[in-house]
Design a protein around this ligand. Structure first.
Ligand SMILES: Cc1cc2nc3c(=O)[nH]c(=O)nc-3n(C[C@H](O)[C@H](O)[C@H](O)COP(=O)(O)O)c2cc1C
Length: 178
């Protein structure tokens, strides 16, 4: 059995080949290069009801179990009206101390407009509330639709380097806190 730290990845947008999906692909590759195992919850295929809509849902049960088994988390949200998306918040609302407490997490956001840290800070706030340990490194991609080459790589190589550093730091923190 692999002892690679398991990172559970949550994405806050469903846009096919969208900015969040592209960023998540790069971050997952970076986590695996850093020696971790990354698994993205496939929110398009395995939708979650709104919190409280029902207490008996197979997707929710699987989602909570994967989060519980994970050693760390990676969140990626689009910025919507200056904050995180409802899609991401609903995923967080199904989880709590049991799944997050004492585990490291990293945050990323994509924005259509000018750079700011609203969604990043709001993810940090929610994660702090459930006693996750959010690492210092974070990724924010502004003017996101202009950020990509046709092959899905980032135009700005420095951002790619930052993703790789964040992934190394996240995997390292998972190992330290095991
Ligand atoms: C409802 C809505 C609200 C948005 N609000 C903001 C915003 O407040 N600031 C901003 O920079 N971009 C905003 N955007 C743009 C998105 O953050 C941006 O396009 C994001 O990268 C979309 O991610 P996706 O391609 O993964 O869906 C908004 C987009 C939508 C649909």
């Amino acid at each position: 059995m692999s002892d690679a730290p398991k990172v559970f990845c949550l994405i806050g947008s469903m846009t096919p080949n969208g900015n969040g999906a592209k960023l998540m692909d790069l971050a997952i590759a970076a986590i695996e290069n850093a020696g971790g195992e990354a698994e993205l919850w496939p929110i398009r295929e395995k939708r979650l009801p709104f919190f409280g809509e029902t207490w008996e849902d197979a997707n929710v049960a699987e989602f909570k179990s994967k989060a519980l088994e994970s050693d760390g988390f990676l969140l990626c949200s689009p910025e919507y009206h200056g904050t995180i998306s409802g899609l991401l918040k609903n995923q967080l609302d199904w989880l709590g101390f049991d799944q997050f407490s004492g585990k490291p997490a990293a945050v990323m956001s994509t924005l259509g407009g000018q750079p700011n840290s609203n969604a990043l800070n709001h993810m940090r706030l929610s994660l702090r509330w459930v006693h996750a340990l959010v690492i210092q490194e974070q990724i924010g991609i502004a003017s996101a639709k202009h950020a990509w080459n046709d092959d899905g790589s980032l135009k700005d190589e420095k951002v790619q380097e930052r993703i790789e550093k964040m992934a190394v730091s996240l995997v390292d923190m998972c190992r330290r806190l095991e």
